[in-house]
Design a protein around this ligand. Structure first.
Ligand code: SAM
Ligand code: SF4
Length: 349
């Protein structure tokens, strides 16, 4: 590997690139959180995320584990200390615990998390835990197996429930459940999910439906708003109070049930955008760095990783430049909004 000075970058540029300055954008937001999509493939087909028939990336387009590890090593020198693996469905990528172990061992990385649909957790929860995975979020939108099939176009509800229990047995705590809230579709699921979460000590978070799905399927009238969700929970379960230990930079706003039996959150990306405190960047499975979920531009890290003699200074500079160029926030609530071409499963939610 070439040293930074052999890379053709000036000494000043290298000093800037590897300086201990945080990854900061022009709005003063410091970025310490990298979400890595390890595949665009999935073993189900959620209607709000991908079409029934999809052209997936050819395998050689995916970053190898070595390439992902290299990006994380460089990102860690820039202040990234939290990693979340996602997809597509991350558990369909073979040997995922091996990647978790590599990332968890990188100096500076304090936290490795995973977002999964849970179907493969019965067999993978234990190896993932042993590999150093710290946090797990399981997506589950309904307690009704028939509605699960309608939403995902596949069977699998029982495996997800078994996967959640397997995660508990493996020692994950807390376990978070992500449920997407679709008006007129999943309203009947709010209370059964909330009861299941309370009975099993799971932290449930409802996510507002975002325009990242198949062309033109999203429209504002299909978004079940955070306030409506909270009101239904108050009426159907009981009073809620804002969580005292709320992380102000987290996208979820959490509430505790006043009866002391659990916590529930809302991720109000549409009705209460949290762009002002965003600390995240994203790496797609094919190695494109995105500075926002809704970004229209990408930085091609794979091209840098696959050049004859890749060098870390160039990768670091590309990451810094991407963060520096980040916009103020998405424009979902304005007529200026332009939907990115990539669908959710190809970005990594
Ligand atoms: N397959 C994994 C899973 O489902 O958890 C990880 C990838 S998935 C894209 C990550 C999260 O994005 C899931 O919780 C899913 O519900 C959410 N999601 C997908 N499409 C969405 C949309 N259009 N709006 C809001 N959230 C969405
Ligand atoms: Fe697959 Fe997750 Fe998208 Fe559902 S939300 S289709 S599980 S990637």
């Amino acid at each position: 590997m070439r040293s930074p000075l052999e890379s053709g970058l000036s000494a000043e540029s290298i000093a800037m690139t590897f300086s201990p300055l945080p990854l900061i954008d022009s709005f003063g937001r410091v970025h310490n959180n990298l979400r890595i999509s390890v595949t665009d493939r999935c073993n189900i087909r959620c209607t709000y995320c991908m079409p029934e028939s999809v052209q997936f990336l050819p395998r050689h387009d995916l970053l190898s584990f070595e390439e992902i590890e290299r990006v994380v090593r460089v990102a860690a020198t820039l202040g990234i200390d939290k990693i979340r693996l996602t997809g597509g469905e991350p558990l369909v990528r073979r040997e995922l615990p091996g990647l978790v172990a590599r990332i968890a061992a990188i100096p500076g990385i304090k936290d490795v998390g995973l977002t999964t649909n849970g179907i493969l957790l019965p067999e993978l929860a234990q190896p993932l835990k042993a590999a150093g995975l710290r946090r797990i979020n399981v997506s589950l939108d309904t307690m009704d197996p028939v509605r699960f099939r309608e939403l995902t176009r596949r069977d699998g509800w029982e495996q997800v429930i078994e996967g959640i229990h397997a995660a508990r047995r493996a020692g994950f705590d807390p376990i978070k459940i992500n449920a997407i809230a679709l008006k007129g579709v999943t309203e009947a699921d709010l209370l059964p999910l909330a009861r299941f979460a309370r009975e099993n000590a799971l932290e449930l978070r409802f996510i507002e439906y975002m325009p990242l799905d198949v062309a033109d399927a999203w429209d504002r009238s299909k978004v079940l708003l955070a306030e409506e969700i909270l009101e239904r929970l108050r009426q159907g379960i009981g009073p809620l109070t804002p969580a005292a230990d709320q992380d102000p930079r987290a996208p979820a706003v959490d509430y505790d049930y006043v009866d002391g039996r659990g916590r529930v959150g809302v991720i109000a990306s549409v009705s209460r955008p949290f762009c002002g405190s965003c600390n995240r960047i994203r790496l797609t499975a094919d190695g494109k760095l995105r500075n926002c979920l809704f970004a229209l531009d990408e930085t091609d890290l794979r091209a840098l990783l696959r050049q004859n003699e890749p060098n870390d200074a160039e990768i670091a500079r590309a990451i810094r430049d991407s963060v520096a160029g980040k916009w103020e926030g998405h424009e979902i609530n304005s007529s200026r909004f332009i939907k990115p071409e990539r669908l959710m499963h190809a970005i990594g939610g």
